[in-house]
Design a protein around this ligand. Sequence first.
Ligand code: HEM
Length: 418
Amino acid sequence: MTEQHCPYAMDPNGHDVHGEATLLRGRGRATQVELPGGVVVWAVTDTALTKQLLTDPRVSRDPYRHWPRWENGEGEFARTWPLAMWVADRNMITAYGAEHSRLRRLVAKAFTARRTAALRPRIEAVTAELLDRVAGLAEQGPVDLRAELAYALPTRVISDLLGIPDDLRAELLRIVGAWLHGPASEEEAAVLAGEMYALLARLIELKRTEPGDDLVSGLIAARDEGDGAGLSEQELVDTVLLLFTAGHETTVNLLDHAIHRLLSHPDQLALVRAGTASWDDVIDETVRLEAPFANMPLRFAVEDIDLGDVSFARGDAIMISFAGVGRDPVVHGESADRFELGRPTAREHIGFGHGVHYCIGAPLARLEVAVALPALFARFPDLALVEPADGLKPLESFISNGHRELPVLLRPLETAQV
Ligand code: HEM
C-alpha cells in the first residue's frame, strides 16, 4: 500500500491513547506511524484486518528472523532504540512457528482453566488481606486503589506462581516498573537492564539449588533435565521475565480501569448489583473499552502481503492498536466509545489477542478480577472516586494503558451500616 499521509508521530507519553487511536482509524485500516527513535511502522485499528494478520503465517513476531532493521540484534540500532525491550527478548511472544509452539508448550499446562481455577482460594485470601489493609489506610484519608489493590494483587499472585520470594519480588518490581515505564535515558536503560538480569540470575540460581513447587523451578527442570526441547538459558530467563511482566502489568490496568469505570458509571454498577449484568461482563467490557495493552509492538511481514486495499512489503513492521480495535465502530456500533454492560457484541473484543499468541494468562487475569471486584464492592459499598472521573492522569506510555493513581474514599461496611 502506498501511504497517502506522512507517518503520524505517536505520542510516547500516551497523553490520550484513545484520541490517538480514533485519529489513526480516520487515516485507514492500516496507517503509517512513527515510533520513538524514528522507526516507521504500520498501525492497525481495524478488527477484521487485525484478526486476519494475527492468524496469517506470513506475519511473524520474531525480529531476529523477519525484521531486517533489527540486524539480528547486533547493531547500533538494537543497542540504542528506546523500544528495543519490546522485541529483543527470546521467549514465546517474540517467537515464530515451531519455535513459538515449543516455548509456549513449556508453560501452557500451568495456565489451563483447571490449574487456574485451583488458585481461587489463594487469590481470595490475598484479596481479603489487601482489603483489610485498605480499610486501615482509609482512616487516614483517601486510598490509592491502584497501588493497594490493582497492583498489589496481580503482583503477589504471579510471584507466588513463579516462586519469587518476597525480598526478590520487591526489588524486581521496582526495576521492572522503571524499565517498563520508559527509562529516562539510554544510560539508565542499560543500568536497569543490567540490574534486572542480575536479579533474574539470582532467582534462577536460588531455584536451582532450592527448587520448589513453582513455575520457575519447573522451567529449570525442563531445561536441566534435557526434556525442555532445547530451552536455552536465555530463553529460560526471558520466559520468566515475560511471565512476570505480562502476568501483572495488564491485569493491574484492567482492575484499575474496571474500578474507575464502575465508580464513574453508577447506573452500570447498579446493573451488576441487581444481577442484571455479571462481573464477567464488567471484565469483557473493560478489556474492550480500555485495552490494557493499548498498542502492541511489533510484528513483521515475512513476505510481501497483498490484501487488496492494504498491502505490506516484506520486512515491514506492524503494530496492532488494541485501543483502536476495541472501539471499532464497525463491530461495536455507534456506542463503541461508551461503557455499556450487556452490549450484544460484548464477547467480540480481542483485547486478550487472537491466534497463536492469544494471551496464555487470560483465565488467570479473569479470575483475579472476578474475585477482587465483588470483594471490593461488597466490603466498601460507599466507595467513591476522589477526583472527577476524567481528572486522573494516565500512565506515561502509549503501550500500557492505566492511571498513575486511583484515589478513592471508602467507608467499610461496619460503619456504613451504622
Ligand atoms: C487483563 C490482563 C491481560 C491482558 C489484557 C493481556 C493481553 C494480552 C495480549 C493482547 C496478548 C497478545 C499479544 C500479541 O499477540 O501481540 C497477550 C499475550 C500474552 N500474555 Fe497476556 N494479558 C493479560 C494478562 C496476562 C497474564 C495474567 C499473564 C500471565 C502469565 C499473561 C501472559 C501472556 C503471555 C505469556 C503472552 C504471550 C503468548 C504467546 O506469545 O503465545 N497475560 N496478552
